[in-house]
Design a protein around this ligand. Structure first.
Ligand code: XMP
Length: 312
């Protein structure tokens, strides 16, 4: 049986011996990177800087949620608002793979700058066993470049520290509980964020729309289904297609929002979620009343394969 307390105590000693200077970690707020940050912080204190890069491509209230966790854990942290930089780099870009590459490169650029300013010599990552076991397999990488933002290159001239490298998810979750961190599984969220949930060009206006629509989807699904019955992922996608509608007694010409909900075990294959019509109607009705620029909502009923989970 895995004993989180023993593991933590042993790791803290090891980390204290191994890390001689300053260290830095990019933390998305996910369970792996948060556990890694807390663990290393307990070993070396303020010599670890935990950084959350706000790309401007996050879900509603994500930054506030993450900051609350950092505060609760007493971390030495920085929140860097790089949203204008990301938006600028994405201007005019419509091709999905190009979006991913630009976001990945921008993330590295921003993070390198912070690491240099802090004088970090070590890079901490929340890699767990399946991350590196899978990445040797090859298959996963062929369809889309799953550039995991936060997956930083090794040529950064920083020494890599991966304290969770030999652990599996359930073990990491046990440590999280031991640290009194929220461990309830959140749905997976892609590194490139909302940028790949806006088909076509990413603009501030479109980000605002898809972010609001997504928050409505999350709220309504979470209201309609208890945790165990929820789909694996449920989110909104903005289609850059306008169609005609009526708003009040005026003709409207607004965007379309597609709702995607899937059941899956690992994301490799997925079945569309047979959502109830009541919840779907509620989502459609809220999106079209609360978001001025949307007048049509459609539900994606394709499986993976042939479709992928994300639209880009
Ligand atoms: P697809 O769209 O390939 O997605 O069927 C499979 C799973 O991977 C997530 N996904 C990503 N995760 N960086 C990530 O960290 C990415 O670039 C990325 N693209 C897709 C997707 O949300 C789904 O869970």
């Amino acid at each position: 049986m895995f004993n989180p307390e023993k593991f933590v105590n042993r790791k803290i000693k090891e980390l204290q011996e191994d890390i001689k200077g300053k260290a830095i970690i990019a933390c998305s707020g996910g369970v792996d990177s948060t556990v890694a940050a807390v663990l290393v912080y307990r070993a070396i204190g303020k010599r670890l800087l935990t950084v959350f890069v706000d790309t401007g491509l996050m879900r509603k209230n994500e930054r506030q949620r993450v900051e609350k966790v950092f505060k609760k854990m007493g971390l030495n942290y920085g929140i860097v608002d790089a949203s204008q930089e990301f938006l600028g780099a994405l201007k005019g870009i419509i091709e999905p793979e190009q979006k991913r590459k630009i976001i990945g490169a921008k993330f590295i650029e921003v993070f390198e700058r912070i690491a240099e300013n802090f004088g970090a010599e070590y890079l901490v990552q929340g890699t767990i066993a399946p991350d590196w076991i899978e990445s040797g397999g090859g298959l996963r990488e062929t369809i889309k470049s799953h550039h995991n933002v936060g997956g930083l290159p090794e040529n950064m001239n920083l020494k890599l520290v991966e304290p969770l490298r030999d652990l599996y998810k359930d073990e990491v979750r046990k440590i999280a509980t031991y640290f009194d961190l929220e461990t309830k599984e959140r749905q997976p969220f892609p590194g490139p964020g909302l940028a790949i949930r806006i088909l076509g060009e990413v603009t501030e206006e479109r980000l605002k729309i898809v972010r609001e629509a997504n928050a409505i989807v999350e709220e309504e699904v979470e209201r309609a289904y208890p945790f165990e019955e929820r789909p694996w992922q449920y989110f909104a996608v903005l289609l850059p297609i306008r169609s005609v509608g009526v708003h009040g007694d005026k003709r409207a010409y607004g965007y379309t929002i597609a709702i995607r909900m899937v059941e899956s075990l690992d994301g490799m294959t997925a079945a569309y979620f047979k959502a109830g019509h009541v919840v779907l109607e509620q989502i459609a009705s809220r999106i079209t009343t609360e978001i001025k620029d949307v007048n049509r909502v459609v539900y994606d009923i394709t499986n993976k394969p042939p479709a992928t989970i994300e639209w880009e």
